[in-house]
Design a protein around this ligand. Structure first.
Ligand code: GDP
Length: 176
């Protein structure tokens, strides 16, 4: 940059010395001073992921989290909880008319689950691709559900299916 404005030179020094300030204006954050920030910040999606009770019981929490990190997702929220049946029923309310609603919510409240918010570019679609089809028997080889799922119900993991559902599901478990 030719003849940078004094304010920008100062901002550059501050950025080098202390990293981006929390209150920095978005315009300054995007300026890529010193070439340390990506030239174009890509929008990040968030999705809700759950390691279901069949998987926590099999002690494969670590394996699934390792896979999540290998696939490039950032885990931005995480907690281990034992859902009550009512909490499971609330979460799966969209399925309340389905024949499997009672069995599903009984299963989801049968043991601890790990609930996470994952962040990545196209996180919703990518996490569903990594999980595989709902029915492990139909999931592609190498997907989590194919490798670790037991049945169409006990299929190791959950992932949001659309942007609106992701927002609703994240709020359901992590609203402050
Ligand atoms: P997902 O988005 O792939 O998780 O699938 P759905 O939203 O259709 O279903 C939610 C969850 O309900 C699934 O992950 C399964 O645990 C369970 N489920 C789906 N279909 C069936 C079914 O036909 N029978 C039973 N018992 N459970 C099912």
């Amino acid at each position: 940059m030719l003849n940078p404005k004094p304010a920008l030179v100062k901002a550059d020094r501050l950025l080098r010395a202390f990293g981006p300030a929390p209150g920095l204006t978005p315009r300054l954050k995007m300026r890529n001073i010193g070439g340390e920030l990506p030239p174009k910040e890509r929008p990040m999606d968030k999705t809700l992921a759950i390691i279901k009770p069949d998987a926590t019981k099999k002690r494969i929490i670590g394996k699934i989290i390792e896979r999540i990190e290998e696939e490039g997702f950032s885990i931005v929220r995480m907690k281990l909880v034992h859902l009550t049946k009512n909490e499971a029923k609330g979460f799966y309310i969209v399925h309340k008319e389905k024949g499997f609603y009672d069995s599903l919510t009984e299963f989801m409240s049968s043991g601890p689950v790990v609930i996470m918010v994952l962040e990545a570019e196209s996180a919703i679609k990518r996490w569903r691709d990594v999980m595989g089809a709902t029915d492990p028997a139909l999931a592609k080889p190498g997907t989590i559900r194919r490798d670790h799922g037991f049945s169409i119900e006990r299929n190791a993991t959950h992932g949001s299916d659309a942007a609106e559902t992701a927002e609703w599901e994240i709020d359901y478990f992590f609203k402050k």
